[in-house]
Structure formats: structure tokens, C-alpha cells
Design a protein around this ligand. Structure first.
Ligand code: ADP
Length: 404
């Protein structure tokens, strides 16, 4: 199904790195294969339990690396690539960087100047950007000659107009503090929007789609003629639809109320909204849609309620995205929930029947027709598209590092 021969026909390989504060995920793409050839993760970094695991040619391996940090993990990874005879073909490295602020409207070849700007965005993403910077610096130190590329979660949404990205706050807070909507999951929204336009045979220059990326984090985007014109996540990934453990939109006055009534600190409230809310908060048992769906099927009312609230808030957010579009061709579902949960897709489309959606239950239950459509012939189109975030990062890495 995946496009594979669009770009390289050689055996160059490209390593994609996603650095978190205590983890580092990686994927290696070789030659013209668009499916990662080697994937892995290093977890619990800087603790005694730190370890790295990877999968290559169907075989899983795991090595304990007690107290290893990002740099030590990368050293081990490069050694593993050497042992597998994959190191010499390593041509470039791509990094997922969460926040590019207003500096980056697209991916960038990493230079000292680019790195400075990523550092300048750390205030906006204090948990994420420093981790990416650590990863970039560790590569630079160990492999100073290898070109590196940064691919930003926020870049795709930089085309949003001011009326979509500004909050109803004093304008001075935007000017002095950069408080505005940035949006996230841009790589995924861009990829699935383009793919849907291609699959449905639409004219990209005159197209309007709404993309719903539903994983552990969830966000919606309005994409007009291939450009993001609005999105549900905002200054941080906490805004917008309800998620696995995040509340999504709430009345901002709840902060004050919780502080007064329960004597919670701001940090505790932020923690509550990010880690103990959403599906987990309402169900009281799980943040995982697959688990909750099974519980609801067995009569667990609280799990059922969590799914109902999730689906309704999602439908409401999707409908709100219409304001950004001048035409509406299709709704696109992606991410673990969007691609797999017929229950959520069904509930969302039923809430949105007024927009002309008519669910084809059979198609929805089996994960779509050959194109991925889950709606009837007469309906406005809703389609499932598998997201490919790592592959998109690999493509940008290749594009920006290949000699002209
Ligand atoms: P991440 O955002 O971490 O990449 P994913 O995109 O993998 O996460 O999505 C994880 C979510 O997808 C979880 O809530 C999981 O339960 C859900 N999911 C995966 N498979 C199914 C399934 N078959 N049915 C319902 N939900 C599913």
C-alpha cells in the first residue's frame, strides 16, 4: 500500500530520531524501502533500568545500559548499526523536534544558527525541545560530518491566519511572550491530508479536508488547498479535544476554583489536566481506547461514558473546523484510534450526520473499503489514512541533504 519508489533507488540509509526527556526512539530507512528496516527505543534513560531494544529483520534484541544518557545510547546504537553492517551507508539523520515556534515554517538542515533557534523555542516546550537538542548535540559530537535535519511538529500549522492562531488575550502577550496557538502533530496532518487528496482524486489547489489525528494525543486540523488553516491544539498540546490522559478544552476558571477549593498548586493542576484527565479521568480505569472499548462491551458504564464524552467532544471540534474552510471534501481519520476504532469513528460520524455524513457500518467495521472509505456512496466522504510520521521525517531528511 505504501508509496515506495518515489525517491531513492540506492542503498543510502537514513536514521530518524525522536528524543524524549527519558527515552529515545529510532527508525532506520534503507534504500528505496518506505517501511522502516530497523526500529527501536531506549527507555528509562539516566536510571539504573535504562535499556535499548530494537527490531531488525524480524528479530528483537535488547541490551541493558544502566545509567545511560542520550549520548551513550547513540554510541551503542551506532555500534549496533556497525555490527549489522548498516553504519557505512548512513547518509543523514533526521530529528523530530516538537516546537519550532514562529521560526520554522518547514523542516531545516541543522546549522549552528538553526540550533540556536531551536534552543530559543525551549521556553515554549520545556519538556520536549531540550531533549531534541541533547540528541542533536550528541550526534554532532560523535558524527560531526553527518548532515542532520530538524522536522518540526509545529511547522505545518504556521500557515494559519492570525484570526485562527490568536487568543482573545491582550495582544501584548502575543508580542512579548509568544502566546498564540501553534498546533502540533503537523507532520501527520500534512501527510494524511495530502494522501487523502491523492486517494480521492481531488484537485489539491481547490480542496478542503479535516484531519483527525487520534492517538494517545489527539488533534484536529482544517486543511485548505494543502495548507493548515486551523487546528485544535494550541499554545501547548493540552488544548482541543479530549485525549487519553489530557483534558483538552476546559473553562480556564477551573484553575482558580481548584486552587481555592482543593488547595492545589499550579503545578498540581497542570499535572492533573495532563496526566489524570481525559479518558483515564472519566473512566477511572484506563487511558487506552482498546481497553475501554472492551470494558464498555462488558457493561462497564464508566468506560462507556468516557468514550461517549470523547466522541462528542471530538465531533464538536471537527464541526468547528468548518469555519476555516471554503469547501469541505472529506474527513480523514488517522492515529491508533482513528485507524482502528470503528466504535469512535461510528459515534463521531453519527454526531455529524447534519453535515451529510452517513456511516456504512459494514465498511466501518472492517476498516474501510479499498480506498479506506467508511461512508456510503451518497454520504460526504470519511476516510481512514494510515499515518507515517517517521517516513515523512525521512523524506524531508533526504530532500534537504541530497546534493542538488
Ligand atoms: P501514539 O500517540 O502514542 O503514537 P497511537 O497512535 O498508537 O499512539 O494510538 C494509541 C491509541 O490507539 C490507544 O488509545 C489505543 O488503545 C488505540 N488503539 C489501537 N488499536 C486499537 C483498536 N484496535 N481499537 C481501538 N483502539 C485502538
Amino acid at each position: 500500500m505504501r508509496a515506495s519508489k518515489e525517491f531513492r533507488l540506492n542503498n543510502n540509509s537514513y536514521l530518524i530520531i525522536n528524543s524524549g526527556s527519558s527515552s529515545l526512539k529510532f527508525s532506520l530507512f534503507i534504500g528505496d524501502n518506505s517501511e522502516a528496516d530497523l526500529t527501536g527505543i531506549a527507555e528509562r534513560l539516566a536510571t539504573e533500568q535504562a535499556e535499548i531494544s530494537w527490531k531488525y529483520q524480524g528479530q528483537k534484541s535488547e541490551v541493558k545500559l544502566a545509567d545511560a544518557d542520550h549520548a551513550q545510547v547513540l554510541k551503542k546504537l551506532f555500534a549496533v548499526l556497525s555490527e549489522l553492517n548498516l553504519f557505512d551507508s548512513l547518509t543523514a539523520i533526521g530529528h523530530r523536534v516538537v516546537h519550532g515556534g514562529e521560526y520554522f515554517k518547514e523542516s531545516a538542515l541543522i546549522t549552528p544558527n538553526v540550533l540556536n533557534k531551536i534552543e530559543a523555542c525551549s521556553a515554549l516546550a520545556p519538556l520536549h525541545n531540550p531533549a531534541a537538542i541533547t540528541g542533536i548535540k550528541a550526534v554532532t559530537e560523535q558524527l560531526p560530518d553527518i548532515p542532520q535535519v530538524a522536522v518540526f511538529d509545529t511547522a505545518f500549522h504556521q500557515t494559519m491566519p492570525a484570526h485562527a492562531y490568536l487568543y482573545g488575550l491582550p495582544y501584548e502577550l502575543y508580542q512579548s511572550q509568544g502566546i498564540r496557538k501553534y498546533g502540533f502533530h503537523g507532520t501527520s496532518h500534512q501527510y494524511v491530508a495530502n494522501k487523502a487528496v491523492e486517494i480521492l482524486g481531488l484537485d489539491k489547489a481547490d480542496s478542503g479536508v479535516i484531519t483527525a489525528h487520534l492517538g494517545n494525543g489527539c488533534s484536529i486540523s482544517a486543511v485548505q488547498n494543502g495548507l493548515s488553516v486551523d487546528t485544535s491544539m494550541g499554545f501547548t498540546p493540552l488544548e482541543g479535544v479530549m485525549m487519553g490522559t489530557r483534558s483538552g478544552d476546559i473553562d480556564p476558571s477551573i484553575h482558580q476554583f481548584l486552587a481555592n477549593k482543593l488547595k492545589l498548586s499550579l503545578t498540581e493542576i497542570t499535572d492533573l489536566l495532563n496526566k489524570r484527565s481525559g479518558l483515564l479521568g472519566i473512566s477511572g480505569s484506563s487511558n487506552d481506547m482498546r481497553t475501554l472499548s472492551a470494558q464498555a462491551a462488558n457493561g462497564d458504564k464508566q468506560a462507556e461514558l468516557a468514550i461517549e464524552v470523547f466522541a462528542y467532544r471530538l465531533a464538536k471540534s471537527i464541526a468547528s473546523m468548518l469555519a476555516g474552510l471554503s469547501r469541505f471534501d472529506a474527513l480523514v481519520f488517522t492515529g491508533g484510534i482513528g485507524e482502528n476504532s470503528f466504535l469512535v469513528r461510528g459515534k463521531v460520524l453519527n454526531h455529524l450526520a447534519v453535515l451529510g455524513f452517513e456511516l456504512d457500518e459494514k465498511l466501518n467495521n472492517k476498516g474501510g473499503d479499498e480506498l479506506g472509505l467508511v461512508t456510503t456512496q451518497a454520504s460526504r466522504k470519511a476516510i481512514i489514512v494510515q499515518t507515517q510520521e517517521e517516513w515523512v521525517i525521512a523524506q524531508d531528511t533526504i530532500r534537504l541533504t541530497q546534493p542538488a
